[in-house]
Design a protein around this ligand. Structure first.
Ligand code: SAH
Length: 341
């Protein structure tokens, strides 16, 4: 069976080339075609010999995601439903900011985390995405729109740290100077809080931004919202974040989706301040998106602003995230495979 060439990082591709009697630098040339040029046919890799191109065609295929559906929001955000080729589909979102394009990628087909407020909950987990499938989301969008993407966030469907090896491999491909060359500082991983993997990530020497989906500073409430908290509680989570900050010198982001009367009162804000005081961090407040399968309601604007102002007044940097794409179900936690059976 032919292999997906995008499941190889550059080091692995070099090893593979040696195995098939080719020089290492040919692997680098191939890698550049794939990622710098976004070429989707080995025959177009014109500085490779015909013999090598034939060999590549025999051993590998270049995955190409077809777009099943593309929706565009009033604010310019675009959502793609991609056919991953085995009957499954995933969603990817493209957002335009002043500084450039940012893409929100999925890391799994489905999710096992079961967060109560998220649209992925209640739909069966299918499988992990491979590294190549993660990277192809970005490349398929670049080809479709004829643009260069400058930022990537792992905030689509799935828990990236539950698919650790493939996510890290994808990041190394995206980060490689011979490839897409997006700097680690422009790559964010968002996690519900798989503590051992946070330690592992801290030791990878990648320097990407870590976002923690916190949503409550109180164990009892957080466990109710996010079952993962019963496995790794807030204290353990914060300890891991401090380790991450120490090792990488990077500021950690905390995501806090505000739900009416669930986690949006001043008492919660006070506890949050106590929890995060002195940490090199930033709090991202998200007006919770109301999804069909949950009964969470958005906080009032007044409460959201009061919450933010309280944090800021106590020295915790907090901003309210601008919601993009909510009219096409493309905002945080809204991605789900409702288009497919
Ligand atoms: N599994 C990872 C990444 C995917 S979710 C994680 O949990 O971080 C991306 C972000 O959207 C997370 O912060 C998640 O908590 C948040 N989110 C999920 N459902 C949401 C909703 N209904 N409204 C607002 N944010 C939501």
């Amino acid at each position: 069976m032919r292999e997906n060439i995008k499941d190889y990082n550059l080091e692995e591709l070099k090893e593979k080339f040696i195995e098939i009697g080719e020089k290492k630098y040919r692997a680098e040339q191939t890698f550049k075609w794939l990622y710098k040029e976004n070429i989707i046919d080995f025959n177009d890799m014109t500085n490779l010999s015909l013999d090598l191109r034939n060999k590549l065609n025999e051993l590998f295929y270049i995955p190409i995601f077809n777009i099943i559906k593309k929706q565009e929001s009033k604010d310019g955000t675009k959502k793609y439903l991609f056919d991953v080729g085995d009957g499954n589909a995933i969603e990817t979102v493209l957002m335009k900011y002043k500084y450039g394009y940012s893409i929100c990628v999925s890391s799994q087909i489905g999710c096992k985390m079961g967060c109560k407020f998220c649209a992925s909950t209640g739909i069966a987990f299918v499988r992990n995405l491979t590294a190549g499938e993660i990277v192809e989301q970005l490349q398929a969008v670049e080809r479709e729109e004829n643009i260069r993407i400058s930022n990537i966030v792992f905030m689509g469907i799935g828990e990236p740290l539950d698919n650790y090896d493939n996510v890290i491999k994808a990041i190394r491909i995206i980060n490689n100077d011979n490839g897409i060359a997006i700097g680690a500082r422009h790559i964010s991983i968002s996690t519900s809080g798989i503590v051992p993997k946070i330690y592992k990530l801290a030791d990878e020497k990648i320097q990407c931004t870590l976002s923690i989906s916190l949503h409550s500073p109180v164990d009892e409430k957080r466990s109710e919202l996010m079952p993962i908290n019963k496995v790794y509680n807030i204290e353990e989570l914060i300890k891991a974040c401090k380790y991450y900050i120490e090792k990488t010198n990077r500021r950690v982001s905390f995501e806090y989706a505000l739900a009416k009367e669930r986690n949006d009162n001043l008492d919660d804000a006070k506890k949050l301040v106590r929890l995060l005081k002195g940490m090199n961090c930033h709090v991202n407040l998200i007006p919770i998106n109301e999804v069909n399968n949950s009964d969470f309601r958005k906080s009032t604007n007044e409460n959201i602003i009061r919450f933010r102002d309280y944090l800021n007044s106590k020295g915790i940097v907090a901003t309210i995230r601008r919601e993009l794409g909510s009219d096409i179900d493309a905002a945080c936690g809204q991605l789900r495979r409702k288009n497919l059976n």
